[in-house]
Write a protein that binds this ligand. Structure first.
Ligand code: SF4
Ligand code: FE
Length: 481
């Protein structure tokens, strides 16, 4: 095993990591592969920040299991203070990276499984919670990065797992052995999988008793035999082969998602955290979704802070910072962004303890937060495009800029306000293009669940019957009479 930066990789394990990509050579040093490297840098920011005195209060927590100081990304949240620090912490990293830093999904998975395993044990006398506690201690002690394995491919969305023509479209148990279980299936869109140490798998939809084999939660190192990672493409990802053209050369865009396939993989019993308790799956899915939706009014807000800064800079470069319509559009961007952060903070301030003792966000405010992201993020990007102009859609490439004949032409004709280097204007334009581009926006729409999933929760928590009663009481309608 070698240490690269703050992340650990096993070069001998590369035979199981299939990066099926036209532009990748499997014999390359994978950590320096330009398609993966930005995602590694972004994840590494979650390690670096824990050593930055300015952010230590947010980034470092105390383990309730060992009393040791730990990176907050491995913490089981113990108080409202923890739940308010979480969005502040994520916003701070979003402001530094300008993109997804991936490590929150596994953090939310740990808190979810910690709580649900406790409640399963209460009902069945199982020992899942003790296994989860041991796993959490291991993750905390070694400061590991965990993928939250939630989303199954799902096949025909109208059919439950056991009725799918292909039974592997949801992760399931295919064999129980003396020392553990064998699992098969896949998890899709796995943020940070290519540069994480572990995956913590959970079911993705509520299940009926007939789906017992699909009610399984477990954790494994990502280099376990039988696991294959297939790295996803992104909008304009050939740009990663250059630097300037990709807009955010150090940290890239979104999380470097992968399809993670489990082909008859062995899981030892100490890593199994749920097995067949279908009635707890709905609770687990809701918990994970709520934890993760809480985050979107934080990490994305930090990224949008970068976007607002870039857009305001572009207005400066273009010589129009004082134009009233430009100022008004920037005010609107700030207004929408702070609204999203406010609901995320509210979800933390109104959090509550679960039976296992760990804290859980206010479900209505967490869902409102994520729902707002699916709408306001698009609106904020629209305003950024409006202010920036067509410039970002037609910019020549980095190679053109370096060309001895056309380079000076680009520099001459893309200059704006006197004294601003054209190169700076191009860099900011590319950054705006990156943050407002396809992959980035789609992630805001569908990460932590598609918009309709939040609307179902909003309707449930709105408690319309109670609201109807308020109206009846005011006008004196008495149903008893
Ligand atoms: Fe974390 Fe945000 Fe990325 Fe989700 S989208 S993993 S919350 S940074
Ligand atoms: Fe996400």
């Amino acid at each position: 095993m070698v240490c690269f930066g703050h992340l650990l990789f096993k070069p001998e394990a590369l035979s199981w990591l299939f990066i099926l990509h036209n532009y990748m050579d499997l014999t390359d040093n994978i950590v320096d592969n330009p398609f993966i490297r930005p995602h590694i840098n972004s994840a590494a920011a979650t390690y670096d920040i824990a050593f930055d005195p300015e952010y230590m209060d947010l980034a470092v927590a105390t383990s309730h299991l060992t009393g040791e100081k730990i990176n907050r990304f491995t913490h089981i949240q113990q108080s409202r203070d923890d739940m308010v620090k979480k969005p502040k912490f994520l916003r701070a990293i979003g402001r530094k990276t300008g993109t997804c830093f991936q490590r929150c999904v596994g953090w939310d998975a740990l808190n979810t499984v910690y709580s649900v395993s406790y409640e399963i044990d209460q009902k069945y006398g199982t020992d899942y919670h003790e296994r989860v506690c041991n796993y959490v201690k291991y993750i905390q002690k070694n400061d590991l990065m965990v993928v939250g394995g939630m989303t199954d491919p799902k096949g025909d969305r109208g059919l439950p797992p056991h009725k799918q023509p292909d039974p592997d479209l949801f992760v399931h148990v295919v064999e129980k052995k003396e020392d553990g279980i064998i699992v098969r299936g896949a998890k899709a869109h796995q943020t940070g999988a290519a540069n994480s140490h572990e995956i913590l798998v959970m079911p993705t939809v509520s299940l009926k008793p007939e789906d017992k084999d699909y009610a399984v939660s477990f954790a494994l190192p990502l280099d376990t035999p039988g696991i294959t990672l297939i790295f996803g493409r992104q909008t304009n990802d050939e740009r990663k082969l250059g630097t300037l053209d990709q807009g955010n050369p150090t940290y890239g865009v979104v999380g470097g998602e992968a399809l993670v396939v489990f082909n008859d993989v062995f899981v030892p019993w100490e890593r199994v955290f749920m097995l067949g308790e279908t009635e707890f799956v709905g609770m687990l899915v809701e918990r994970f979704a709520t934890y993760h939706r809480h985050n979107y009014g934080a990490c994305k807000v930090g990224v949008i802070d970068v976007l607002i800064g870039a857009t305001a800079l572009m207005a400066d470069y273009n010589g129009v910072p004082k134009a009233s319509h430009i100022k008004d559009k920037i005010i609107e961007m700030v207004y929408l962004n702070e609204n999203m952060h406010a609901t995320s903070l509210a979800a933390g301030y109104e959090s509550r303890a679960l039976p296992a003792g760990n804290y859980y966000p206010h479900t209505m405010y967490a869902n409102i937060t994520k729902q707002s992201i699916t709408r306001y993020h698009y609106e904020i990007c629209r305003l950024a495009h409006d202010i920036t102009g067509g410039f970002i859609a037609t910019l020549p490439s980095e190679k053109d800029l370096a060309h001895p004949v056309v380079g000076p032409m680009i520099t001459k004709y893309f200059q704006a306000t006197a004294g601003v280097p054209t190169l700076d204007r191009i860099k900011i334009g590319r950054l705006i293009e990156n943050v407002t581009g396809g992959t980035s926006l789609v992630e805001s729409m569908h990460g932590a669940g598609s918009p309709q999933a939040q609307r179902v929760m909003i309707l449930r928590d709105a408690n319309l019957e109670q609201l109807k009663k308020l109206a009846k009481d005011i006008v004196g309608i008495d149903e008893e009479e």
